[in-house]
Design a protein. Structure first.
Ligand SMILES: Nc1ncnc2c1ncn2[C@@H]1O[C@H](COP(=O)(O)OP(=O)(O)OP(=O)(O)O)[C@@H](O)[C@H]1O
Ligand SMILES: [Mg+2]
Lengths: 337, 261
């Protein structure tokens, strides 16, 4: 019999982390309710898909960011790595490589940037903040240098598939020759996000590497003394974050059908905000993929809903900033009691 | 030194270990050995270098100079994994627990049990941890709580359970009972006697003279980083040891007190 079972009843009360997730979920539902009330178009299938699409990029970044944050680190480079990965893929397609191998190479380029972050942090003993700040500048500079700061377009229809296509989309030709979308289908980015989130949560909760990520963030010294390979664990987390940034880059550039070397600026901040709203602690040792996904959607829904309500982009920033602070504050207050 | 030769080969020999931190000489040319089924007390004032010496043997700290022999052969103990694979387990003074993880996760940290598919085998780790912890403390509940929420004594019990679970040959206990109540301390004393009977060698760091005289076969006293004497426990009394700890020398006119065999 499980030893927790003798505390009957108590088991059913959600613990701190679950409580945070529940309150974040409640916030999300509340937001959707408010926006549905204020702008009627908000609750349409099409707008739902738009939110899903817009959020998938931030949410993909947030998966990797969460892992890094749980190790007690931070990855400021993801926005730039996203752009560099797109540039790598775009240039390879222009060089004659088929679309999907080129995209794969883009993801690998992202992974390599993350791997470099990991090496710099562990072997050169540079703090994550500084190391990834450096990588943020390097990757952005590379992306701009390689392209001369000009977008790469005319990459072919196949390049737009990942970002704009959907599973089970039903389109009917109308009598007037125009296609009519009967069922918009499930966008590929949403499917990709779901798969990545599930894989991420599985690795974090069911595999040794996930256990080690938590232990490193909780007490690095203890993890080392227990025989955890701290360096390898950190390098793993940063590499995952870089590769996911590459993947997010593919989704974003594909959606735009062009590679924009100046895309993704400040995305790292949204990803960090999503993780933190979802309960991750920048002190390390705490966080979850599911929480970060809720956090990403809170940001996505806020942006979209405020847009539809005609709120300016400046006000949106102010509101999201307040949400981040309030989320962390509530968490702290609750943890103290 | 009145350090009697023993019949079997030593489990561990530390030879002329030095550890320097910049100008600080934390350990200065200390040599000590440990035989199977023996408890060697490592004593000394605060900051004498006891933890440093032991951390060098656990692979947690690199010696500036010196050699480690395990079962007669020279061993490189560069990482905690090295020490563990040589059968050297350590209960650190700092306990070395990951606060956000629960007791089973801490007990198996770095050596997680896995299912056939390579997933973490949580049920088995929980069952094994329950068993191991109940041996030391029958009232151990809240196993699934993060260890940050446990009491100091419970945390110490987890650290002890972790060190003995993996069948060590050499056990280093750095003030293992500092946070324990009287009954738990008695339990640890029983445990030490049991492990000793199984032929395990134990380095015990303790400031408690009662424990030292009850449990140790020999004592090694450190003063300002140096080994100021290794004695069979029969040959010294409390005052001799206190004099060594405080002044680094034996009282004047000291004679071995035990009956020579
Ligand atoms: N990481 C370190 N960096 C610098 N100096 C250190 C370090 N660790 C220990 N020292 C110094 O080495 C000396 C010995 O420390 P050590 O922890 O071995 O003492 P100790 O005998 O275990 O004392 P206590 O009884 O208080 O546990 C001290 O002077 C301490 O300040
Ligand atoms: Mg000490």
């Amino acid at each position: 019999m499980a030893p927790g079972a003798d505390k009957t009843g108590l088991r059913f009360l959600p613990s701190g982390a679950t409580l945070h997730k529940l309150s974040a979920l409640l916030t999300l539902v509340l937001l959707i309710g408010i926006f549905a009330f204020t702008s009627p178009a908000f609750l349409s299938v099409n707008n739902g898909l738009t939110v899903l699409l817009q959020t998938s990029v931030i949410a993909l970044l947030a998966i990797g960011m969460t892992m890094v944050i749980i190790t007690g680190g931070i990855d400021l480079s993801v926005g730039s790595v996203l752009a560099l990965s797109g540039v790598v893929a775009g240039l390879l397609i222009k060089a004659g490589l088929p679309v999907y191998p080129a995209m794969m190479a883009g993801v690998i380029a992202g992974g390599l940037c993350g791997f470099a972050n990991g090496l710099i942090i562990t072997k050169m003993r540079i703090t994550p903040f500084v190391a990834t700040l450096g990588m943020m500048l390097i990757a952005r500079g590379l992306a701009l240098q390689l392209t001369g700061a000009a977008p790469i377009s005319r990459l072919g229809d196949a390049f737009g598939q990942l970002g704009n296509g959907a599973l089970f989309r039903v389109v009917e030709m109308q009598a007037n020759g125009f296609p009519k979308v009967i069922f918009p289908g499930i966008p590929y980015p949403a499917i990709l996000l779901l798969i990545m989130a599930l894989v991420g949560a599985y690795l974090l909760n069911k595999r040794q590497v996930g256990r080690h990520i938590f232990s490193v963030g909780s007490n690095e010294e203890a993890a080392h003394l227990s025989g955890v390979n701290v360096h390898r664990t950190k390098i793993w987390a940063y590499t995952a974050s870089g590769a996911l940034a590459g993947l997010a880059g593919m989704v974003l550039m594909s959606r735009l059908s062009t590679v924009q070397p100046n895309e993704g600026v400040m995305y790292e901040l949204d990803a960090i905000a999503a993780s933190v709203i979802g309960g991750a602690s920048l002190m390390g040792g705490v966080g979850s993929i599911s929480g970060s996904m809720i956090g990403a959607f809170i940001i996505g829904v806020l942006r979209n809903g405020l847009n539809m309500a005609g709120t300016s982009a400046f006000i949106q920033q102010i509101i999201i900033g307040i949400v981040v602070i309030v989320a962390v504050y509530i968490d702290q207050v609750r943890n103290k009691t | 030194m009145l350090d009697q030769p023993h019949s079997p080969a030593p489990l561990v020999q530390l030879v002329d270990i030095h550890k320097r931190f910049g100008g600080v000489h934390a350990v200065e040319g200390v040599s000590v050995d440990l035989y199977p089924g023996e408890v060697v007390g490592v004593l000394g004032h605060n900051g004498a270098g006891k933890s440093c010496l032991m951390r060098i043997l656990s692979g947690a700290m690199a010696a500036t100079d010196g050699a480690i022999f395990v079962n007669g052969t020279r061993a490189e103990v560069k990482t905690p994994q090295d020490a563990k694979s040589l059968g050297i387990e350590t209960i650190y003074q700092t306990l070395a627990l990951a606060n956000h993880l629960d007791a089973p996760a801490n007990l198996f940290l770095g050596r997680e049990l896995k299912t056939r598919f390579g997933n973490l085998d949580e049920p088995r780790m929980l069952a094994e941890a329950t068993e191991a912890l109940r041996q030391l403390n029958p009232n151990f509940k809240n196993l699934r709580d993060p260890v940050a929420r446990l009491s100091g004594g419970q945390r110490q019990v987890i650290a002890i359970a972790r060190a003995i679970y993996f069948q060590a040959k050499v056990l280093i206990m750095d003030e293992p009972t500092a946070a324990l109540g009287p009954s738990e301390t008695a339990m640890v004393a029983d445990l030490i006697m049991r492990l000793k009977a199984e032929g395990i060698g134990i380095f015990l760091i303790s400031h408690d003279m009662g424990d030292v005289f009850e449990l140790c076969d020999r004592v090694m006293v450190m003063n300002k980083g140096s080994n100021v004497g290794t004695f069979r426990i029969e040959d010294v009394n409390k005052d001799d040891i206190l004099s060594l700890i405080v002044k680094g020398t034996l009282p004047e006119g000291w004679q071995p007190r035990g009956a020579r065999v």
